[in-house]
Design a protein around this ligand. Sequence first.
Ligand code: PLP
Length: 430
Amino acid sequence: MPSFRNELHLYDSEVALALEGEERRQQDGVELIPSENYTYPEVLELLGSVFTNKYSEGYPGRRYYGGQEFTDQIENLARQRACALFRAEHANVQPLSGSPMNQAVYLGLLKPGDTILAMDLSHGGHLTHGAPVSHMGRLFNFARYKTHPSKGGAIDFDELRATARRARPKLVLCGYSSYPRDLDYASFKSIADEVGALTMADVSHYGGLIAGNVLRNPLDAGFDIMTTTSHKTLRGPRGGIILCRREFAGKIDASVFPGLQGGPHMNVVAATAVTLKKATTSDYQTYARLVMRNAKVLAEALMERGMKLITGGTDNHMMVVDTVTSAGLDGGAAEDILDAVGVTANKQIIPDDPRPPLKPSGIRLGTPAATTRGMGEPEMRLIAELIAESLRSKGDAAVVRRLRAKSVEMCRAFPVPGIALPSKVGGPMN
Ligand SMILES: Cc1ncc(COP(=O)(O)O)c(C=O)c1O
């Protein structure tokens, strides 16, 4: 056991035991929440490094405090690498996470009360895309577009154009948290151009798949702004990156700092620089391809077992299962049963869901984390069996016990990067 662990155990055994419990949970469970991943050991190391001690308000060469020789170096590296990876003219790597990242764009480029045209939350949009419960939903006027279940979940661009002509948005926003298809960015851009709106894509979920060249890059279609978190498919530390055209660089930077945030987390910026270097490698491109392949295999295996998927499949890293139609269970109950089997998923509203958010009609599944561990097609088929059988049994105790044993056995063959300790037999996951 590393010596800091011994010290932590001696000083605060409650936190030390919780850390070990979480390690065991991550090692012995199948992680299918599509926004989660296992980051690199180098990232864990940098997050716990002395860069966390440093205040670096401002930007490289223009800081408010001294002692910035090395922080300037890492921030410049992260910005240059982000621009090269995503073919962008400017990058800001300081947003503390995905939500302030999006807020900084709206607040920097728009005025309160301006209209933003964005995807409906239940059809795949994110809270920061103007959900009424979010502050952004109160500050700006959001107009909505939806997907069409009858057209395989596609966006109807004729309808979207008509909505844009009526609403006259200042910003057309696309990107999603729970939509299992790729987007036609050229169509969004042509509609935005027609009504004189800026274009923004929030690719937080799939920035890593754009970096790996397996999904389209909105910047190639001439988008003004692209935002991505660094901790989902990109596999880095928790943070946000704003990419934009050069003409917006000044407004975006000023909006992040001093507009919205104080000192950036330089330990995260250092870890982001390494993450972006990793994302240029051929290993990473292979990873991105496997994430997509695993998602297809999992989706097909679930459908073969009679599970109903929203839009009838997936073209990216995630899928949404209608658990009410598939197994007579709301998403909250399904999440609990899967937790008991050692499969972590999240409850999910489906398009125009008649049910409330804590007991919605579905669950959301994704393959980025399982793929990082090296799981492949045989494991995806086994995971489909675990999900379909446990949900169909409605959580029958004997079935759950049998499936949990299978799931733990499978997981132990795939170590989680960054977890040095062998998982303890007889721990809470057994
Ligand atoms: C599309 C999208 N944008 C923004 C965010 C917000 O990111 P964070 O949770 O880091 O604030 C998320 C998080 O899931 C997301 O899916």
